[in-house]
Design a protein around this ligand. Structure first.
Ligand code: GSH
Length: 219
């Protein structure tokens, strides 16, 4: 554990999981406010004052408030000491490579494809049905992930050599694609199985998905 103590709002989603996993890797102490999406808990006046976007996750560190799972993960690696073997970029090229993975995974895989499916396949009562857009999103996801598949280690390593927040992001994206029944190259599944064996992954499951453990599932 480090001396760093933060408040993290949100559990139950892939995006909140990223923050809990990163915090567990770094040994950051979190005061978790276990609000969930679509329960009304992001709609309260009190939460609107914390994050006017009314999304989770949100981080509070003293008076500093930060939203966006990618930004929160990066912030934690900058304000906390990192354990040996945890990649933090030194120099422009290493930073650029990390940024490339973060941007690609957030935009091409998460926002353009998975979140579209989330809204229009799994929450049509809120966002409307859009079967053609969903079909196209699956196709888009498959093409994009196929384009990087040979740069993803096949179950024996991490994207940037040492483990990094890019692995947190990519693993949560593969987890989500599996939940959504999207066919994936075998090496992506092997990669995910390898990264998910980290103890911090399991620790974050306990925080983010307490109901799974209540149901007797293992992380
Ligand atoms: N780009 C944001 C997306 C956050 C997001 O969409 N969160 C969803 C849960 S996955 C949410 O807060 N929904 C609010 C609600 O439905 O009440 C991030 O990565 O943090």
């Amino acid at each position: 554990m480090t001396d760093l103590a933060v408040t993290v709002w949100g559990i139950g989603s892939t995006r909140t999981f990223r923050v809990h996993w990163t915090a567990a890797e770094l040994g950051v102490r979190c005061d978790v406010r276990p609000i969930r999406s679509r329960t009304g808990e992001t709609r309260t006046e009190a939460y609107g004052r914390v994050n006017p976007k009314r999304k989770i996750p949100t981080l509070q560190h003293g008076d500093f408030v930060l939203s966006e799972s990618g930004a929160i993960m990066a912030y934690l690696t900058r304000v906390s000491p990192v354990p040996p073997g945890f990649f933090v970029p030194q120099g422009a090229l290493a930073q650029a490579r990390l940024d490339e993975w973060m941007s690609f995974a957030s935009m091409e895989l998460d926002a353009h494809a998975l979140y579209l499916l989330r809204r229009h396949r799994y929450l049509p009562e809120i966002y409307g049905e859009a079967p053609e857009a969903c079909e196209s999103a699956v196709e888009y996801f498959s093409v994009q992930i196929g384009a990087v598949a040979d740069r993803v280690p096949a179950g024996d390593g991490y994207l940037l050599g040492d483990f990094s927040i890019a692995d947190v992001l990519m693993t949560t994206i593969v987890d989500c694609a599996i939940d959504y029944h999207i066919d994936l190259p075998a090496r992506l599944v092997a990669y995910r199985d390898f990264t998910a064996r980290r103890p911090a992954y399991e620790a974050a499951c306990r925080v983010n998905y307490p109901e799974r453990l209540d149901n007797g599932e293992t992380a």
